[in-house]
Ligand binder design. Structure first.
Ligand code: PA5
Length: 393
């Protein structure tokens, strides 16, 4: 279960807002994009393929960048126990250009049974393309003819270099739907195949997402609230967590909001903290620094219990008290906080939050009057890099 407290630590309260514009105009007049439909067409096939993969490898290597890996990593990291051997280890690559990472990865995989999922909607992104070229040669050397049955490509249905290569080599393919952008694609084969291979029931994500879709009031309110805060000069939103397993979920949120809303000289800058760790570093700035921040705290209760004799409380209770103390101290220091509580980290709750935040990212873009689905700014560095790569040194 997810609960929202969007008022206790906010200076602006419900009655200040007129939500009719968002509610009545937005859904009626704006194309929602395919992610809003929560399509489950591919689920059965994904589950079957995932189950075969789980029987055939020790490591499932997922190659992709941005929306092509962050959603899956967010869910898998949130759900996995901290320690212990996993039946199938899901490893991500192709999201940076680190020489050490690629070489050490190959060394780590040397004696392991490996299967690969390369994910790129465009099929042309440099980072996954380089990683995949290296991994493909390595797989062909290791498995010979059999390599093609151990590689899955998730890409556009009709065009692109990756699709052409998959056809030429005979890899099984999954489709990134035309009408769903990378950062909105976690509930498509892009996110679902790696999550299912990691051993999780992807149907449960849809149960949570559907509940969020049926209950949009909190989403409307949150979207309006953050827009109001932005108009007052609070240009940085900090997503604050008290559970380190959610660190990758924070990264997914930063991509979702950063790429959707940071354009045309506008937008709230998304940042994140993992507390209580960051209270002992960034906490100083948050409490007494420049007045540009507001906080969206996502607090997850533990479903395990550790009783602390000395304090007559569980560790989870102490963690929650820490979160509330921070919210109160920040409120007194002019930093307002919204609190979103999960009764536990579960696939259903994560599915709920995925839909809730995707919808909020889009509504926020609408309120800013910007195009929320594109990310033209990302091409700035790409164009220069592509030219530089071709130059003789
Ligand atoms: O959200 C987005 O669309 C981007 O972050 C893309 O996912 C990212 O740039 C990777 O693109 P591609 O899947 O085409 O390799």
């Amino acid at each position: 279960m997810i609960t929202f407290d969007l008022k206790t630590y906010q200076y602006k309260k419900l009655n200040d807002f007129d939500l009719s514009n968002i509610k009545e105009t937005f859904l009626k007049d704006h194309p929602m994009g395919g992610w809003y439909d929560l399509r489950k067409d591919d689920i059965k096939e994904i589950q079957e393929v995932a189950s075969t993969i789980r029987k055939s490898c020790e490591v499932f290597l997922v190659i992709g960048i941005g929306g092509s890996y962050m959603g899956a990593k967010a869910v898998i990291d949130a759900m996995m126990p901290y320690y212990g051997k996993k039946p199938v280890e899901v490893i991500f690559a192709g999201y940076q250009l680190s020489t050490d990472y690629l070489l050490e990865l190959k060394e780590y995989l040397k004696d392991k049974e490996v299967m690969v999922n390369v994910i790129s909607k465009s099929g042309t992104t440099l980072e996954p393309a380089i990683a995949f070229q290296e991994v493909l040669s390595w797989m062909e050397e290791k498995y010979g003819e059999g390599a093609k049955d151990r590689i899955f490509a998730t890409t556009d249905a009709k065009t692109g270099t990756l699709l052409a290569l998959a056809k030429e080599k005979g890899f099984k393919t999954f489709v990134v739907p035309d009408d769903i952008g990378g950062r909105f694609s976690v509930l498509t084969p892009v996110g679902l195949l790696p999550i299912a291979v990691a051993g999780f029931d992807i149907e449960e994500l849809f149960i949570g997402a559907s509940k969020a879709k049926e209950n949009l009031e909190d989403c409307y309110y949150y979207s309006k609230l953050r827009d109001e805060l932005y108009q007052e000069g609070k240009v940085v939103e900090s997503f604050d967590f008290y559970e380190p397993k959610l660190a990758s979920f924070a990264e997914w949120l930063k991509q979702l909001f950063g790429e959707s809303q940071g354009k045309e000289g506008k937008g709230i800058l998304p940042v994140s903290t993992i507390n209580t760790r960051d209270l002992h570093s960034l906490g100083q700035y948050y409490q007494e620094g420049k007045d540009i921040l507001f906080s969206t705290c996502i607090f997850a209760h533990s479903n395990q219990s550790l009783y602390l004799e000395e304090y007559h409380k569980t560790l989870d209770e102490v963690n929650e008290l820490a979160m509330e103390s921070v919210a109160q101290a920040h409120y007194e220091g002019h930093l307002p906080t919204s609190i979103i509580r999960m009764d536990k980290i579960s696939l259903e709750n994560l599915g709920y939050l995925i839909f809730f935040f995707e919808m909020s990212a889009m509504l926020g873009g609408y309120l800013l009057n910007i195009r929320y689905y594109d990310q033209p700014g990302v091409n700035g560095y790409k164009d220069i890099l592509h030219k530089k790569i071709k130059e003789d040194r």
